[in-house]
Write a protein that binds this ligand. Structure first.
Ligand SMILES: [Zn+2]
Length: 192
């Protein structure tokens, strides 16, 4: 399956969120759910940039969700829900969310990245793919990591089970490698 071609067909070569026809590319909704086309969106560079860089979010750009939230395609709905949740303090996104029905399993998926979680200041730990890491989760190292204060290197591919979270810093988690408790940067792990 050529995902880009299939998505081009599905989207009619328009951004599935804002209908722009400029600079479209394939975007994988995290965490992947079906392993197929329903994990992907075809979106423009503007949407992608704002999704990936919350600091760049321009609320007015996302007025487009007024239409795209009614899409029949689940990844479009899920991403619309996440962006509305991110922007809910603007008022109008909350009004749209109040009308927005997602089935339970889609709602779980939509919430999986922690977007729109209740507290603005809540520290959310995310792995290298942006998936939320919770205490007790298992992760795998995606590169060799020297362990501070020892000559040990934690090898890429090492699974770290039942991690704990640093509640002050979203970039740090802790877990045991070879029986030793170490601090690991979230950007170097992938949730398993
Ligand atoms: Zn767009």
């Amino acid at each position: 399956m050529n995902i880009e071609r299939e998505l081009g067909k599905r989207s009619n070569h328009q951004c599935e969120l804002c209908t722009s026809t400029e600079k479209l590319s394939v975007f994988e909704v995290q965490p992947p759910k079906s392993g197929g086309l329903e994990d992907y969106l075809f979106i423009c560079e503007t949407c992608r940039d704002q999704i990936e860089n919350p600091d760049n979010t321009d609320p007015n750009h996302w007025r487009c969700l007024n239409d795209s939230m009614w899409s029949e395609h689940t990844p479009v709905k899920v991403m619309a829900w996440r962006m509305l949740s991110r922007l809910r303090n603007e008022g109008w996104p909350q009004d749209l969310l109040d009308m927005f029905y997602l089935e339970d399993d889609l709602l779980d998926w939509a919430k999986a990245t922690g977007e729109g979680a209740p507290s603005e200041n809540q520290i959310i730990h995310r792995d290298s793919n942006g998936a939320v890491i919770e205490a007790g989760d298992s992760v795998v190292l995606i590169k060799d990591l020297p362990v501070k204060g020892s000559s040990m290197v934690a090898k890429r591919g090492t699974a770290v089970r039942r991690v704990s979270l640093d509640h002050e810093n979203a970039e740090y988690i802790e877990g045991k490698v070879d029986g030793q408790q170490i601090v690991i940067l979230t950007k170097f792990v992938k949730k398993i």
